[in-house]
Design a protein around this ligand. Structure first.
Ligand SMILES: Nc1ncnc2c1ncn2[C@@H]1O[C@H](COP(=O)(O)OP(=O)(O)OP(=O)(O)O)[C@@H](O)[C@H]1O
Length: 495
């Protein structure tokens, strides 16, 4: 396990996390403990011991955590190969909302001390949600339930705001909760990151358990599925494998999140396929989420794709302005319930937030947290001007996230082709036309030059991109149906 360093935040900051009420360094240690365990599973104990297991927490504040490696060599290796996994796991476990960003640096190891005890020597947390008074009169954070319980309480159907883009998913969730006999099986939920898939899945899990405690529910991320599968293949012989299979199949409802993660792992894919076949055959519900339509999960076998699409495929689309506004209202209400009763965001500031943050509910939440934190810590009111100032930070600017890659993925999803087709030499109309659409949109919606765009489509010449732009412009003028289709894609991209 990774070591813990001096529990004092490097910057001396002792501002508590808004969400957990814990000082940043303490919650960073708690999060790291869970991440560290997952890392060992995901990467294998040997790799973990050799690299990521050497990391220790150097500094942490409400927004960022710095992990330190004992040498530049180890830090480089981790930054090159394992940073994505660490960031993903950190986002999964962090009790701070939105999750803090993680960076890896190298530095001399500090004397490894234990994280501070929960019962004393803590900075004052007066007025922070989740804090409590100790017998000595000192304020200490409440003993929090494990993060998964926190998530479960938060990700309920009551907290899910419904609009045209997610009403089907919401209806499906209620149907699964209320009806133990599968109507559609498997159910596949897809939508780009941050749209609320995990929220719905947790809500279903909690809803089913509440309604019928005897219904056996298992929630597993695809990452854990792979880790447990690999461990059972490597480690514990036939018994281990049977236990693994039983843990997934002796259930009434199996929920698997982020299934695209499995795509390039052929043995895990095969196991997933058999799990689906077995559960569907036994009349048990299986619910799967992915960031893309099953047909566009690259490297997934045709058989797996066809099984994933064989029940109900349900998309969560981008939230429109009205939905974003209502999500914002829900966030404000939740904060007030958590004890921040004086929280006030004037309507023009709300409108501005909802109008500008047309990316995903997660981005909206991130901006909201940032604005509230700033106002709380600086003791200043939230106004249209402070919101405008925060949103002028490039991270929150609309359109900055419109990358060629995102355009390609969205177009692939719209036309049900694979991402590799975007750069392939295939000239069949079914592939060439979407490719031209993606080139056209890249030119129209990003600041990339024609040669640059061409390079991102399998090294094509700028004249090919020019031709695509002309062709699609012409087709939009000639064919209203095609024009409407492109407009819909643009709207998806702009939110
Ligand atoms: N309709 C909604 N109402 C309220 N909150 C929402 C809604 N949609 C998303 N959110 C919130 O946005 C955040 C991101 O949602 P979630 O993690 O479920 O996205 P996701 O689609 O699973 O993303 P990823 O693919 O990255 O895992 C969560 O905090 C969730 O509660």
């Amino acid at each position: 396990m990774g070591r813990v360093s001096d529990p004092v935040n490097g910057s001396g900051e002792t501002v508590p996390d808004l969400y957990t009420g814990e000082p940043p360094i303490q919650s960073a240690h708690n999060t790291w403990k869970a991440v560290d365990e997952d890392l060992a599973r995901a990467l294998g104990r040997n790799v973990h011991r050799a690299w990521t297991g050497q990391l220790f927490i150097q500094t942490a504040d409400a927004h960022q955590v710095t992990l330190s490696a004992p040498s530049a060599f180890v830090a480089n290796k981790i930054n090159k190969h394992y940073i994505d996994t660490i960031a993903r796991l950190w986002a999964k476990h962090d009790q701070v909302d939105p999750p803090r960003t993680v960076s890896i640096v190298s530095g001399p190891r500090q004397a490894a001390r234990r994280a501070p005890r929960l019962d004393g020597e803590r900075p004052s947390l007066v007025g922070v949600p989740g804090s409590r008074q100790t017998g000595s009169g000192r304020t200490a954070p409440s003993l929090l339930p494990p993060v998964s319980d926190v998530a479960r309480k938060r990700f309920t159907l009551d907290n899910f705001v419904v609009g045209p883009s997610n009403e089907l998913a919401f209806a499906v969730a209620r149907q699964v909760i209320n009806n133990p006999v599968p109507q559609y099986n498997p159910i596949m939920l897809h939508g780009v990151n941050g749209m609320g898939k995990t929220h719905i899945l947790h809500a279903i899990e909690a809803g089913v358990k509440d309604r019928d405690p005897d219904r056996r529910v298992r929630f597993v991320s695809a990452e854990d599925f792979v880790a447990q599968f690999v461990a059972s293949v490597r480690g514990s012989g036939r018994e281990g494998m049977s236990a693994f299979k039983a843990s997934l199949r002796d259930v009434d409802l199996l929920i698997i999140d982020d299934v695209h993660f499995i795509a390039d792992k052929s043995a895990s894919q095969e196991e997933l396929l058999h799990t689906i076949i077995s559960l569907v055959g036994a009349g048990r519900q299986i619910l799967i989420a992915s960031d893309r339509h099953p047909d566009t999960i690259e490297k997934a076998s045709d058989r797996l794709k066809s099984y994933l699409s064989s029940g109900l495929v349900c998309k969560i689309g981008p939230a429109d302005y009205d939905l974003r506004l209502r999500i914002l209202d829900r966030l404000i209400a939740r904060r007030r319930e958590q004890g921040h009763e004086t929280l006030a965001i004037p309507q023009p500031a709300r409108d501005h937030l909802a109008a500008r943050m047309n990316v995903t509910p997660r981005d909206l939440e991130g901006a909201f947290n940032q604005i509230v934190a700033q106002s709380q810590f600086l003791g200043t009111p939230i106004t249209l001007e402070t919101v405008q100032e925060t949103l002028s930070d490039s991270r929150y600017m609309t359109g900055q996230r419109l990358t060629v890659d995102r355009i390609q993925r969205t177009v692939c999803e719209a036309f049900s082709i694979s991402l590799t087709d975007m750069s392939s030499k295939r000239r069949a109309r079914a592939v060439a036309r979407p490719r031209q659409v993606a080139m056209y949109l890249s030119k129209k919606l990003t600041k990339r030059s024609l040669p640059d765009i061409g390079r991102r489509f399998g090294g094509r010449d700028h004249t090919t991109v020019m031709h695509a732009v002309k062709r699609i412009t012409q087709l939009r003028g000639d064919d209203v149906t095609f024009d409407a289709q492109i407009r819909a894609i643009e709207e998806t991209l702009k939110g």
